[in-house]
Ligand binder design. Structure first.
Ligand code: TRP
Length: 506
């Protein structure tokens, strides 16, 4: 057990692996390849990298610093730091909760795929039809969901160094090794090179017919931006929470850099494992290029399962390794989301002078998440007739076609970009970048204040306006509405900064 109720990281490397574990998740392995597929390959990659450098890195530093400075999770961290916007802390706790309602269901699917691929080694490897089979079977979906939540519960119950750090110290290296094995197998498939061209040659996606028209600028920006935030576990209190367990000796910019680099590396590696295999398998089976499904959520759970199916019995082995890897990634991220809520409750108790029973708190948090997640599991991505659009009797749109998208829209689509925008507003304009930079300076010898200030004050808010607008436009299906909202947000933002006469440091 930890020696005090809050606990802390056992070592910096332990913290790093846990933070990388939080960042590396379904977002990297499932989301990144398919969003790259949907948004036209290489251009998406470039936009993503630029956003990671100029937006992701600055916010990562800010969150870790805010957590360490205040020594508490998001609610108290914001309360202690700002007067005007303290309530943004609530966004940062609500969002992980909403994300967990579907993340856990997807994690459950991973367990199902590990089991079916393993059995497949002996009894014939399943093909893409297994996705339809699990979506339309609520009982199996709920069963594996429960299993997933029990695994997470057992880890979170162990606390920061005794549970989360321990799991990641073994899990992260294992994930890396397995990913390398899968990449080698994928890239040695005949025709895999077509997939590489799709990923790395500008314009190839359209020329070769993988996608029929180039997506709009706003939509690429919104997709890449949303992906970057989700993938780096930003704007949801997770890094504030993990930062609050960090000691003053640690170097925040260096840690942030390592997290961003590794997360991006794993996303690229996941792309290398998934896209060339899916393309090669399609071509080798005579499927026309335009019909190979790179662009949707089916990529990981259907298209890829066909790849393993077509390898014969050995495919069962590769499938098992691959889905174990995805499962580790999902667990290590889910525990960070759960920890945001658990830490919040423990801190709240401490403030009231009450002691906390971590096991009890973790049970309750996990149980509430599971209860709502059962709805998402039973819905099966809208396969079973209980999607929000059907229940509420409204017209089907991006945000209501299934319960997963419904929760995703509120969390990833809205709470996340708006939370990040407000964070930049507080740091850059209300309090001044020095208020966070003074914390960053502790344990760090170099000087990135100028870079940090420009990012947090100007680049982040402008980019965030477009990302929020783009995701609103995506969910509601209108470009014009998107641009109108983006410009509106910028004006409101500018007016707030002007009117309040906030710090304007040079
Ligand atoms: N980063 C994880 C992924 O890529 C998901 C995740 C974990 C997350 N913790 C988070 C996203 C906190 C936002 C905020 O799958």
């Amino acid at each position: 057990m930890e020696n005090n109720e809050r606990g802390s990281w056992g070592s910096n490397i332990g913290f790093l692996l846990a933070a990388i574990g939080s960042a590396v998740g379904l977002g990297n392995i499932w989301g990144f390849p398919y969003k790259m597929g949907k948004s036209g390959g290489f251009v998406f990659l470039l936009v993503y990298l630029a956003l990671a450098v100029f937006v992701g890195f600055a916010i990562m530093c800010s969150e870790l610093a805010l957590g360490r400075k205040t020594g508490s999770g998001p609610i108290l961290a914001y309360k202690n730091y700002t007067k005007r916007f303290a309530s943004v802390g609530w966004l940062a706790v609500a969002a992980p909760f909403l994300i967990m309602t579907f993340y856990s269901v997807l994690g459950g699917y991973c367990i199902y795929y590990v089991i079916t691929n393993f059995i497949g080694i002996f009894k014939g490897v399943p093909d893409s039809s297994s996705f339809g089979a699990i979506l339309t079977n609520p009982w199996i979906s709920i069963g594996v969901l429960l299993l997933f939540m029990v695994i997470c519960f057992l880890i979170n119950r162990g606390g920061i160094s005794g549970g989360i750090e321990k799991f990641n110290k073994v899990g992260m290296p294992a994930l890396f090794v397995m990913l390398v094995i899968i990449i080698i197998r994928a890239l040695t498939l005949p025709n895999a090179v077509e997939g590489l061209k799709f990923m790395f040659i500008p314009g190839y996606a359209i020329k070769a017919g993988f996608i029929s028209e180039s997506p709009s600028v706003l939509s690429v920006l919104a997709t890449a931006g949303g992906q970057m935030f989700f993938s780096l576990s930003l704007a949801m209190g997770a890094m504030i929470t993990y930062g609050s367990y960090l000691s003053k000796e640690e170097n925040l910019p260096q840690n942030s850099l390592v997290i961003v680099v590794f997360d991006t590396l794993v996303a690229l590696m996941a792309g290398l494992a998934v896209i060339p295999a899916a393309v090669a398998n399609g071509i080798n089976n005579g499927i026309p290029v335009g019909e190979i499904k790179l662009g949707g959520p089916n990529l990981l759970f259907a298209t890829l399962q066909d790849v393993f199916h077509n390898m014969g019995a050995i495919g069962g082995l590769f499938g098992t390794i691959f889905y174990i890897l995805v499962l580790i990634a999902a667990v290590s991220s889910a525990i960070s989301l759960i920890e945001v809520i658990v830490t919040m409750i423990i801190d709240g108790n401490t403030l009231k002078g009450k002691s906390s029973d971590r096991s009890m708190i973790t049970v309750i948090v996990c149980a509430i998440i599971t209860a709502i997640a059962c709805l998402v599991a039973a819905d099966g991505l809208g396969s079973n007739g209980i999607a929000p659009a059907q229940l509420f009797g409204v017209e089907v749109a991006g945000w209501n076609d299934c319960w997963l998208d419904f929760f995703d829209c509120w969390s990833e689509g809205l709470a996340m970009p708006i939370g990040a925008m407000i964070m930049a507003l507080i740091i850059g304009w209300e309090k001044g970048s020095e208020s966070i930079y003074e914390e960053i300076r502790i344990g760090y010898e170099g000087d990135i204040h100028r870079f940090y200030r420009i990012c947090i004050k100007y680049i982040v808010p402008i980019v965030m306006c477009f990302i929020s607008a783009g995701s609103i436009a995506d969910y509601f299906g209108s470009q014009a509405v998107g641009y109108a909202i983006a410009i509106g947000l910028l004006v409101v933002y500018w007016a707030m900064c002007r009117a309040s006469g906030w710090v304007d440091e040079k």
